[in-house]
Design a protein around this ligand. Structure first.
Ligand SMILES: *[C@@H]1O[C@H](CO)[C@@H](O)[C@H](O)[C@H]1NC(C)=O
Ligand SMILES: *[C@@H]1O[C@H](CO)[C@@H](O)[C@H](O)[C@H]1NC(C)=O
Ligand SMILES: *[C@@H]1O[C@H](CO)[C@@H](O)[C@H](O)[C@H]1NC(C)=O
Ligand SMILES: *[C@@H]1O[C@H](CO)[C@@H](O)[C@H](O)[C@H]1NC(C)=O
Length: 488
């Protein structure tokens, strides 16, 4: 009893002493800025990597709130938080971004952001959230006559690298103003109907990251409610063909399909018509060997194509990108592509009709096994100029892999030396070998002629052959008819 009394008194007196410290603000000391680095200039409360296991208490927030400093960004990434169990209190400064990446978060209390009337971005990537634990009421905001307790300011929500396999159909009922959402690297495997219902609450979504979600198909109406969707990332999924659902992503400007096992493209297996698409990424696609006729047709507004690191891609059809002209469907029309990335493929040739090269402002062709024959003459003459002007540092990586005599030679050097690229003959043989053969033949003929002449003279005393070497050499070089091949 006695000890308890002494402890009680000690506690009270300690409390009084501490109370003195509080004098100026009537709040506790600024624990948050003690634990973290409060950067007033950058408006960042930087608590990254501090081994934090608990969220700050309301009292701790009150102490920071009592200072005159303004903060917009709270960084709590790389800590050990498991449970976000304290809702943010009303704060004097407009907190806009909360970074909670790389914690062990499994649970989040409801209405956690309720008091943050300026919150724009919440990043919960690299945590342990499951579909069951991520509840709609986490995002509940204040009463509004027009919307259901909305978080009006929340624009960006990142949920990548969690354990989500599904979304609650009402998960976005309070966040109808979302513009960017990342669900990347969650093991969804299937897009369930509840996800489609959830998407109906995000009509303003412009950017959606659905990369690496183990998806092999998408429901046809996946993008139907996302009328504002402009940027879509589907990298690293299991699509073997273009998802048909893309047809309804009619406002798409940028699409990324890197690292999908999409096979050869053709008119039958072609990209859906996306008339507004400006940028397309299709890199690291190991199953892609050929882009056939019409495979990338219908992209009327395409400005930038990244078709690189497709190690088996060996052929692009001259009509791969064309689409019928509106007024005159018999005529082919080309998208006016400005940036072309064709590097690190297995291309040995490139048809002069694939794109309107005059329009191309930047082109990457390096690290392909170019076959430097006359079919590539136009390329050496025309494209190399563009390369020289825009990406001169890459020019030395455009090299010949054939014919044998030119292996390893830079195309730029061929161009500066005004080397005319030779044509391979009908049998695909190297003209160098051919000429050796012809020389041998000529020598044979030249040597043989007098002999034959002599023998004929001896035998018949008649006249000799007049056939000269000129007939042979005429077939030696065939100039590529450049003007025919290039579109103006
Ligand atoms: C922060 O300050 C504002 C205005 O000064 C006040 O309304 C609010 O209650 C304070 N919040 C806390 C947690 O003390
Ligand atoms: C909002 O802030 C107040 C005080 O600042 C706090 O008591 C409350 O728990 C906070 N959260 C909600 C959802 O009201
Ligand atoms: C396409 O690739 C480029 C370069 O890597 C990247 O900057 C861009 O964000 C990608 N587009 C999409 C939609 O992911
Ligand atoms: C590259 O293309 C050539 C034919 O041009 C083919 O023989 C070779 O197997 C291809 N390489 C790869 C890695 O696909």
């Amino acid at each position: 009893m006695k000890t308890a009394l002494i402890l009680f008194l000690v506690t009270i007196s300690l409390g009084l002493i501490c109370g003195d410290d509080k004098k100026d603000n009537e709040v506790g000391e600024n624990v948050i800025c003690k634990k973290c680095n409060c950067d007033v200039k950058m408006k960042i409360i930087e608590c990254s990597n501090k081994k934090l296991t608990k969220m700050f208490t309301v009292d701790e927030w009150a102490a920071l709130n009592a200072t005159k400093d303004d903060y917009e960004i709270l960084k709590l990434d790389h800590n050990l938080l498991e449970d976000i169990d304290v809702p943010f209190p009303v704060l004097r400064f407009p907190l806009k971004v909360i970074d909670l990446r790389h914690n062990k978060i499994k649970k989040i209390i409801s209405k956690v952001f309720y008091n943050l009337s300026s919150i724009e971005e919440v990043d919960l990537s690299f945590n342990l959230m499951t579909a069951d634990n991520l509840r709609p009421d986490v995002f509940e905001g204040k009463y509004s006559p027009d919307e259901y307790e909305p978080l009006l300011t929340l624009k960006r929500l990142r949920l990548s690298y969690n354990l989500l396999t599904n979304l609650d159909s009402e998960i976005f009922e309070h966040t109808k103003h979302l513009q960017e959402l990342s669900l990347a690297n969650n093991p969804f495997q299937i897009i369930h109907t509840s996800v489609l219902s959830a998407f109906t609450d995000t009509p303003q979504l412009q950017m959606l990251d659905m990369s690496r979600m183990e998806l092999s198909s998408l429901p046809l109406d996946t993008f139907h409610p996302l009328k504002a969707l402009k940027v879509l990332n589907l990298d690293g999924n299991l699509f073997k063909t273009f998802p048909e659902a893309l047809k309804l992503a009619t406002n798409l400007r940028e699409l990324s399909l890197n690292e999908n096992p999409i096979g050869d493209l053709s008119a039958e297996n072609s990209i859906p018509e996306l008339a507004k698409l400006e940028k397309l990424n299709m890199t690291y696609m190991g199953s892609l060997k050929v882009i056939g006729k019409g495979g990338l047709s219908g992209l009327e507004n395409l400005k930038e194509i990244r078709l690189s690191h497709n190690h088996h891609l060996s052929y692009i059809h001259p009509s791969a990108f064309t689409f019928p002209e509106k007024d005159n469907p018999e005529r082919e029309q080309f998208p006016l592509v400005e940036k072309v990335f064709f590097e690190y493929n297995n291309l040995s040739s490139l048809d002069s009709h694939v794109l309107l090269w005059n329009n191309v402002k930047e082109i990457h062709l390096h690290d392909n096994p170019w076959l430097c024959d006359c079919d590539l003459q136009w390329f050496s003459d025309i494209l190399m100029k563009t390369v020289k002007e825009t990406t001169p540092h890459l020019i030395d990586h455009i090299k010949c892999a054939a014919p044998k005599k030119l292996v390893g030679l830079k195309l730029a050097d061929l161009n500066t030396k005004h080397t005319e690229l030779r044509c391979l003959d009908k049998f695909g043989a190297n003209p160098e070998l051919d000429s050796a053969l012809l020389v041998a033949l000529l020598i044979g003929v030249l040597l043989g002629m007098p002999l034959a002449y002599a023998s004929i003279m001896i035998y018949r005393r008649g006249c000799g052959s007049r056939r000269g070497p000129a007939d042979f050499s005429r077939a030696f070089y065939k100039r590529a008819d450049m003007n025919d091949d290039i579109h103006i």
